[in-house]
Design a protein around this ligand. Structure first.
Ligand code: CTP
Ligand code: MG
Length: 259
């Protein structure tokens, strides 16, 4: 299927705490966004790469344009050696106040003819090609929705705030323990038939602020439609750079044996 990859990079990076959008933060001599875009291009599955950046961010727009030049130059070299592959079109859009709004802005800028779409966090800048390939392969095999997942290493519990006398003991009370074997930590890129993702986001457009705040990925919107979501193996290198510790890990991955 004609495939686009949406790269959402319009977040502000509060938790990383660099005082700038996370996409711009340096990683191994380049920006987080440049690493993410190179990873998408290297996977070779996209006819279009559509990037959502923070509104009015000229620096990130220039960075996307530099990446498009880099792709065009690589394409010319390939053409000269007879290995011409049609390079992807790079499109830049302004994202929204939430991740879901950024995804919707990017969907509105997809080329006619796009049938399937992978939505990827720029913050997962070091995602290996193999993960893109597994997601794309499941889409090619007929899945309408597919996500990369990892087993959960920690035991995960649900809690509620402690009330009454208990509050003097500890702030939270455990309400249950989820069986770890059936839990998965979810990554990106998440792949969808475009019509499915569009329907899922149309349903979410009517959410109130409280409901909207609970939307942390695209697959959960598809789940609400009752469409089956398939899971393939993710990768530890796909960690989402969220906190300063994650950035240390990512730098280490670039230098180390997994880089
Ligand atoms: N994102 C986006 N538009 C938003 C919010 C987030 O495109 N309005 C993107 C981010 O750029 C990131 C991905 O969604 O690539 C995952 O979000 P997250 O890791 O939470 O990034 P930030 O929102 O930038 O970070 P923080 O929540 O710490 O501010
Ligand atoms: Mg965020």
């Amino acid at each position: 299927p004609v495939t686009a990859v949406i790269v959402v990079a319009a977040g502000s990076g509060q938790r990383l705490g660099y005082g700038m959008p996370k996409a711009k933060v340096p990683l191994g001599g380049d920006s987080i966004l440049t690493h993410a875009l190179r990873g998408v291009a290297a996977a070779g599955i996209a006819q279009q790469i559509c990037v959502a950046i923070p509104p009015g961010d000229a620096e990130l727009r220039a960075l996307c344009e530099a990446f498009a030049q880099e792709l065009a130059a690589a394409h010319r070299r390939n053409a000269a050696t007879g290995h011409a592959l049609q390079g992807p079109v790079v499109t830049v859009v302004e994202g929204g106040a939430s991740r879901a709004e950024s995804v919707r802005a990017a969907m509105a800028a997809l080329l006619p003819g796009v049938e399937s779409v992978l939505v990827h966090d720029a913050a997962r800048a070091l995602t290996p090609e193999s993960v893109f390939h597994r997601v794309a392969a499941a889409l090619g095999a007929g899945a309408a929705a597919v996500i990369p997942v990892m087993p959960v290493v920690d035991t995960v519990k649900t809690v509620e705030p402690t009330t009454g006398a208990g509050a003097a003991v500890a702030p939270e009370l455990v309400t249950g323990t989820a069986p770890r074997e059936s839990l998965r930590a979810v990554q990106t890129p998440q792949g969808f038939a475009l019509d499915t993702l569009k329907r899922a986001h149309e349903a979410a457009a009517g959410f109130d602020a409280g409901q909207a705040a609970l939307v942390t990925d695209d697959a959960m919107l598809v789940e609400l439609l009752g469409v089956p979501v398939h899971a393939v193996r993710g990768a530890s290198q796909s960690l989402k750079i969220t906190t300063p510790l994650d950035l240390v890990l990512a730098e280490g991955l670039l230098e180390g044996p997994l880089g």
